[in-house]
Design a protein around this ligand. Structure first.
Ligand code: FE2
Length: 323
């Protein structure tokens, strides 16, 4: 049974000012006792980062205040607030995602990022993404050369029914695999692609007449390790998601599909999931690297409006690679 607890002592802020209450046995914690209306002390900031590393999802219920400014302040704890790589490439600069039409190209290549999977033709992979089988579980745009470290969500319009956001721990999913499977997956790389419908979803033509051509040239299929390490704790995570992973390098196509489906079913298990039911005043932070998320489309005919801010840059790193 989860119990409330302070997570550390600090000389700058009293430890009693912040409480962390786990929400499941594997992912999610509720944070209370933080004033988000002003800059956070180094001690409080450290405690929030520690809780983030441990629980992957932090819920600030009835945040005081749950404003855009507070959301940005929270995001900045995890790195520079910035749009997803795809929007940076297309020229967007606002960290809060409102898909404003822009056309100026900015450089998005990260020198730390591995090379794209050049040997794999895009045509060979098109049409085999399996996200529809898994109700939209994903990490955000993992086909890009770098990923955000964290995201903060603020609800502007909460539907009277439905509209929950769910999160799954990829560290807990890895831990639950058998040692034999963990060892077998250790050196496998997964291919991540831009799935069908993605470009339509971000309304690519708004970014200029050549936006699709530039987008296709920038985002060929990309390989990432299947097993990665959590950047702060070193825990291993099963870095797979049904939104973008279409192939496991070195396996035959049928073998690859069967294993991807097995692993995607595994990470979607309720054993590793926290489901957040939105209330007015909530701010929710989640780990973009070692957690998946999804937002079921189950609130029609009601309205739902959320604003996401992503922050920081990271790359998935295999254990022992020094990253
Ligand atoms: Fe997402």
């Amino acid at each position: 049974m989860a119990t409330s607890a302070t997570i550390s002592t600090d000389e700058t802020q009293p430890a009693s000012g912040l409480t962390v209450t786990p929400l499941t046995g594997s992912i999610g914690a509720q944070i209370e006792g933080v004033d988000l209306s002003c800059d956070l002390s180094p001690g409080i900031a450290r405690q929030i980062r520690e809780a983030f590393a441990k629980y992957f999802v932090l819920v600030f219920r009835n945040a005081k205040p749950a404003t855009a400014e507070a959301q940005l302040r929270l995001a900045a704890l995890f790195g520079e607030p910035q749009p997803l790589a795809v929007f940076q490439f297309l020229g967007a600069h606002q960290p809060a995602i409102k898909f404003a039409p822009q056309s100026r190209v900015v450089e998005s290549n990260d020198p730390a990022a591995p090379k794209p999977a050049a040997a794999i033709k895009r045509e060979d992979l098109r049409g085999i993404a399996i996200s529809g089988e898994f109700d939209g579980w994903h990490s955000d745009s993992t086909f890009t050369p770098f990923l955000p470290r964290a995201a903060v969500l603020r609800a502007e319009v909460i539907p009277p029914v439905g509209g929950d956001t769910s999160f799954s721990s990829l560290c807990a999913a890895y831990d639950a695999l058998s040692p034999t499977m963990q060892a077998w997956l250790a050196d496998i790389k997964a291919v991540h692609i831009v799935p069908e419908g993605f470009k339509e979803g971000i309304n690519l033509p708004l970014y200029g007449p050549d936006a699709e051509e530039r987008f296709d040239a920038e985002y060929p299929p990309r390989e990432w390790p299947l097993i990665i390490t959590h950047p702060e704790t070193g825990r291993k995570a099963l870095f797979i998601n049904p939104g973008y992973v279409v192939h496991l390098v070195g396996l035959k196509r049928a073998e690859s599909h069967a294993l991807i489906r097995l692993l995607c079913r595994h990470v979607a298990s309720t054993s590793f999931v926290y489901r957040h039911h939105w209330q007015a005043g909530d701010l929710v932070v989640w780990d973009e690297l070692t957690a998946l998320h999804r937002a079921p489309d189950d609130f029609a005919p009601h309205d739902r409006k959320v604003v996401r801010i992503t922050a920081g840059r990271t790359v998935p790193t295999a254990p022992g690679s020094g990253g």
